[in-house]
Design a protein around this ligand. Sequence first.
Ligand SMILES: NC(=O)c1ccc[n+]([C@@H]2O[C@H](COP(=O)([O-])OP(=O)(O)OC[C@H]3O[C@@H](n4cnc5c(N)ncnc54)[C@H](OP(=O)(O)O)[C@@H]3O)[C@@H](O)[C@H]2O)c1
Length: 331
Amino acid sequence: MKRVVFDKVGPPQDVLRVEEDVPAPQPKWGEVMVRMLASPINPSDLMYIAGRYTLVPDFPATPGFEGVGVVEATGGGLLGWFRKGKRVAVIGSRTGTWAEYAVTSAKFVVPIPNDITDEQAACFFVNPATALAMVNHVLRVPRGGWLLQSAAGGELGKMVVRMGKKFGFRTLNVVRRREQVDQLKKLGADAVIVESDGPIPEQVKKLAPHGVRYAIDPVGGATGSGVIASLTDGGKCLLYGSLSDEPISVHPRLCIGTAISVEGFWLGHWAKKQRIVTMLRLFRQVKALMREGILSTQFAATYPFEDAAKAVAHAAAPGKGGKVLLKIGDR
Ligand SMILES: NC(=O)c1ccc[n+]([C@@H]2O[C@H](COP(=O)([O-])OP(=O)(O)OC[C@H]3O[C@@H](n4cnc5c(N)ncnc54)[C@H](OP(=O)(O)O)[C@@H]3O)[C@@H](O)[C@H]2O)c1
């Protein structure tokens, strides 16, 4: 098979290469082998290749944490046997999804109904499950409540905006490009602020004078610090990304005097702590909300996976306006 591979961390265009004629990985007991159809390029992939992610590559490594494919073989076990021949969304592959074949636990594949396209199915887990878990399970944002989010014009941010409209909470969205204001308002954003228009807490105060109690931030640095400083008494912020690669700063008085809390969120950790029924319900909900377009992904471009280095450069460009997808095979 063919696979994308890297032998050291670094700029993707320098370290990624395509290997041909390597043996397909074999599934162990409880695992399945998936013939990959497509895989998105997520910010976590960019950080993994650059050596800035929570997971450390074991070289030679193949990138790709999620995707869609068809289960071709099982290493044994009842669940794998049930999944054989099915088109599935894949997460947590131990061999990486930017390859013609990937191996993962049978527990980490979800059968995808025919009315969900390969493109949407390829982005089934990372953003949709994270948006639902953070907003509905961890923060439990109530109807009518304000949720403040940064990087709102990204794919996950747009899902949260559409969730606000669906579930009845209000979204206050921070973006770095002015053209995203109208785009987000059309999706149902209640308010949008542009970072360069002034300190985030001052802008938030004008729009929500009683303050906001719920926030999510994947940027960190000055943006994340501004998001946290905008919270009102008892407010909570989930930090779920590090796009700026800069630390946040929080004045201790904020946490002491107003009982604000700041927590990290990572889907992998959260999912491990959930009961199977919770996860099954969540996957059912992702499918339903994907069909409604609420948890759907927009795409900026599709590349053959042999062009991974070019595709990754596109995915890393500011203002790309959608996910970049790698096409790996045909159904
Ligand atoms: N913790 C978890 O379990 C988990 C799960 C899923 C996703 N995430 C994180 O969620 C974040 C968003 O993912 P995504 O798929 O929605 O990404 P995306 O579609 O690439 O969107 C990223 C957004 O962030 C903006 N942005 C990038 N760097 C920025 C900076 N330094 N300052 C301000 N804004 C910045 C971009 O603005 P432009 O449009 O101007 O380029 C874009 O709107 C990523 O950090 C990802 O790692 C975490």
